[in-house]
Design a protein around this ligand. Structure first.
Ligand SMILES: Cc1ncc(COP(=O)(O)O)c(C=O)c1O
Length: 363
């Protein structure tokens, strides 16, 4: 290491002292059951080999646009009821590129306090002013929209927050955005495939449609990549101005084919979604010591408090054969370190019994 990077050793030591350092290659150890993935439908382990083009070879605007991309985008739009969709290489790229393409210096983004890092970075990239709205607080949003001068307003939220498993009142958010003529963007990264009619997510469950819908393939789809759904005009604009799309190699056509073939699988997975719901209730009920388990569904946050206690609980579960990550600040607010346990639709009854028993052993 060169002397110019020596300061990093001190910075890492500081993380060590705060029990906040993340180890690299944090693979699930052999023989451990992974209770920390976002692989809600168990599709990440399906192996599909196929003929065909692997790399797009260029940005889609240059020569990288492929039939596979179009097939996937059409399948997504038809499933979700949008005019069109546009595939990005990741959810991070979709959020950062979309927000910064929609708003700029004279605009304001109204962003839920617990929004994902990719949304926060999108706001920063956009150079718009950012008003952080207390988590899930629709009245505060309404007041902020009324009192903050702006040219254009963008309201952005997740539909199922990945660290707290909770959901805003989506119908109320739609109404407030309409009243203030604000653009409404909803990141359904975790909810797509898990909730709603045909797995269309929580907006569909609430009977509302956002102006800008973000879905990802890294979670229920068990793949990687993401997309934005919405009107044709929106997606034409993103094709032209979303820098993370324009200046990035097109998603692998082979991956696009795999994901397109999974659209009907995810869409038709109602039995899996029902199993997840029942399993989630059972596991949530088994959490001991009065630890809070906010939210709903197969992300089960177990709020413990200190980093050390959360790590100790994680180690104790590990000794029993379960990999459950301890989530610590800055990913979550100070003093809310937690276990974040996630469930998979393909877990059998004996597996669920063993998870319940392991949780109860923490009492
Ligand atoms: C709410 C939310 N949005 C976006 C992303 C980023 O998605 P990707 O992993 O495809 O970059 C994540 C990933 O964890 C997420 O939780």
């Amino acid at each position: 290491m060169t002397a110019s990077l020596a300061f990093l050793e001190d910075s890492l030591a500081e993380l060590d002292r705060a029990a906040a350092r993340r180890i690299r290659r944090a693979r699930v150890g052999q023989g451990l059951l992974d209770l920390s993935s976002n692989n809600y439908l168990g599709l990440a382990h399906a192996v599909e080999r196929r003929e065909g083009q692997f790399g797009a070879g260029a940005s889609r605007l240059v020569t990288g646009d492929c039939v596979s991309h179009e097939r996937l985008e059409r399948a997504l739009a038809a499933w979700l009821g949008f005019e069109d969709a546009l595939v990005f290489s990741s959810g991070f790229a979709a959020n950062a590129g979309t927000i910064s393409a929609l708003v700029g210096e004279h605009d304001v983004v109204f962003s839920d306090a617990l929004n994902h890092a990719s949304i926060i970075d999108g706001c920063r990239l956009s150079k718009a002013a950012c008003v952080v709205i207390p988590h899930l607080d629709v009245d505060a949003l309404d007041r902020a929209l009324a009192t903050t001068p702006h040219r254009r307003a963008l309201v952005v939220t997740e539909s199922w927050f990945s660290m707290d498993a909770d959901t805003p009142n989506l119908a109320a958010l739609r109404a407030v955005c309409d009243a203030h003529k604000a653009i409404w963007m909803v990141d359904e990264a975790h909810a797509l495939g898990v909730f709603g009619p045909e797995g269309r997510g929580l907006c569909a469950q609430a009977g509302v449609a956002p102006d800008v819908f973000v879905g990802t393939f890294g979670k229920a789809f068990g793949a990687s990549g993401a997309f934005v759904g919405g009107s044709g005009v929106l997606l034409d604009w993103l094709w032209n101005r979303a820098r993370s799309f324009v200046f990035s190699t097109g998603v692998s056509p082979a991956l696009a084919d795999v994901v397109a073939d999974r659209v009907p699988v995810v869409r038709g997975a109602d039995d899996a979604r029902r199993r997840l719901e029942v399993m989630s209730r059972r596991v949530r009920d088994a959490v001991p010591r009065g630890w809070k388990t906010p939210g709903h569904g197969p992300i089960v946050p177990i709020i413990i408090g200190s980093n050390d206690d959360a790590l100790a609980a994680s180690h104790s579960l590990r000794a029993k054969g379960f990999h459950v990550a301890a989530i610590r600040p800055p990913t979550v607010p100070p003093n809310t370190a937690r276990l974040r346990l996630t469930l998979r639709a393909d877990y059998t009854e004996p597996v669920i019994d063993s998870i319940v028993a392991a949780l109860q052993s923490l009492a």
